[in-house]
Design a protein around this ligand. Sequence first.
Ligand code: GLU
Length: 312
Amino acid sequence: MKQSDLHDLLIKDFDYYKEGKNAQYIPALSQVDPKQLGIALYNLQANELQTCGIPEKSANVRFAIESISKVPVLLLAINDNGLDGVFSHVDAEPTGFSFNSLLNMQIEQRKYPLNPFVNQGAIVVNSLLKGKNSDERFARILDFMKEIFNDNDITLNEEVYHSESKTGDINRSIAYYMKGNGIWNGDVEDVLDSYFKQCSVNVNAIDLANLGALLANGGVAPWNGKRIVSEESATIVKSLMLTAGLYDESGDFSMRVGVPTKSGVGGGLMSAVPGKYGIGIFSPAIDKPGNSVAGMKLLHDVVQELNIDIFA
Ligand code: GLU
């Protein structure tokens, strides 16, 4: 896309941040400046990365990955255990409840968590990783993220991690509920520690565009031609992103925007448009379900402009 056209879309959508609010339940996220909108577009056909931001360098700003971490951790768990080894512990059904709801499990008396992108499922998936404790699992997550995001500077945001850990009582309830009901049999505090850490890794919009491009490219990193995950894993993850990537707003988003996307409450959006584009967006103010308000508007407009809605 012409740089000036992309910039015009950012100008058009920037003010939507006013309709959202930074995540308040994690104190470190509430402090981030909401007046930021950055995008990175990885065009697979041209093998080119384009960025744009208001302020200008917003695509390079680092922010907490939060729920988008559920994608690389799921891919690593599949690499470790195979597809059956993961999906014999977690289902792949969408949810009409919030990402940290306990109600769905109670109402439906589920045997397994609904899907890997709600917190119940993500906690179970983290526990499936090879590694005998939180330190070992998290060291592997960080190495894998560096590879899959093509970014050696990825680090843990200690402030967000301490904030998550200190205020993570709902996640503790979810984990103890699963354990108490025989849904899962892990070491709650140890697994939550690596779960809080996976959510607290700092990334930028360029990293997210790279992961989107790798998924759009069937699991092969387009920047060096190396296969990092199987084609089948990439396909499955894209399907899950479409049905469950934006929490209980996934259906509406898929109808309006039509590209597989995963969001995080840090304000990130990561999209994979099969065979065409990886897209990363950052704007910290989110709506009630937990998705970046200006980010979703911008993604909608970019998808329309490039004519890449997968259903169109
Ligand atoms: N660390 C957050 C939590 O578990 C992740 C939520 C998100 O991005 O949806 O509550």
